[in-house]
Design a binder for this molecule. Structure first.
Ligand SMILES: C[S@@+](CC[C@H](N)C(=O)[O-])C[C@H]1O[C@@H](n2cnc3c(N)ncnc32)[C@H](O)[C@@H]1O
Length: 252
């Protein structure tokens, strides 16, 4: 297998590949085929997906091998979603090196805005320099500090957003959700997307780590909310889409 996978089944396949010598030849050959099909599917999806801008590639390189940054496929998917929904005002919780923020900024009009929350002051400094290198960087306004404070302040000011992307500290997701829906931070007909909803497969596979426990708890909390429609898509580490029920279910 060429790169790390968020899918635990593929990681198990990787482990099985290391035990290939223990298998009869026919089974070992079949295992090779399965493993290469997995790789081929991944690289085919990448090939068939529009290449990202040089500024996005630069950002991904700055993030190095960190699994925190969104990748080419998820970045282009966010870009498609933003353009499909014609979102003009976007809120991101968790900026990091700005890959997701810039991908979304590339899809909004010149008078659109991406407000992105980031707790790390040093991170903000590094990211701002990278964003300044893109003509779309000026659409991104970074709010440094704990995202919960920023969200409360934005809500207090009566701000609303067409598209919200949560991608930060997992233990606070329920708080973010309550502010977003309780204080109407999400505009009418808006869409909320929560990243890492599968959390390396640990939401459904094992007891997992502390963080997976938080994600599982959050997902279960959303499931209990009968006012929303939701769909969990297995792109990268899982993207959970949440919209108000009345914006999805048509009347008969
Ligand atoms: C997974 S990364 C975000 C990746 C980014 N959305 C992208 O597309 O590449 C999570 C980021 O959230 C930040 N973060 C964590 N807890 C936070 C909090 N309470 N408030 C604001 N930012 C936070 C981290 O410092 C980190 O940079």
């Amino acid at each position: 297998m060429s790169s790390f996978s968020y899918d635990p089944a593929i990681r198990k396949l990787d482990e099985l590949m290391k035990m290939k010598h223990l298998l009869p030849k026919e089974a070992a050959d079949m295992l090779d085929t399965v493993s290469s099909l997995v790789d081929k599917r991944e690289s085919y999806c990448k090939q068939m997906t529009t290449e990202e801008s040089p500024a996005l590639t630069k950002i991904r390189k700055a993030a190095g091998s960190s699994r925190m940054t969104t990748d080419q496929l998820e970045g282009q998917f966010l870009k498609t979603l933003v353009s499909m929904t014609r979102a003009k005002k976007i809120l991101e919780v968790g900026l990091f090196f700005g890959h997701g923020a810039l991908a979304m900024a590339e899809a909004i009009p010149a008078d659109g805005i991406v407000v992105s929350c980031e707790i790390g002051a040093e991170q903000v400094e590094k990211t701002q320099k990278l964003l300044d290198q893109s003509p779309h960087g000026k659409k991104i306004k970074i709010k440094q500090g704990p995202a919960k404070d920023t969200l409360l302040k934005l809500a207090e000011e009566g701000d609303t957003f067409d598209f919200i992307f949560i991608d930060a500290d997992k233990q606070s997701q329920e708080d973010y959700y309550k502010i977003i829906f309780g204080k109407q931070l999400l505009a009418p007909r808006g869409t909320l997307v929560v990243d890492n909803a599968l959390f390396y497969g640990e939401t459904y596979d094992t007891e997992g780590t502390y963080k997976a426990h938080d994600v599982r708890k959050f997902n279960e909390f959303v499931v209990k909310d009968e006012t929303v429609h939701r769909v969990l898509i297995p792109v990268r580490d899982g993207m959970l889409f949440i919209r108000r029920l009345e914006d999805v279910e048509a009347s008969s």
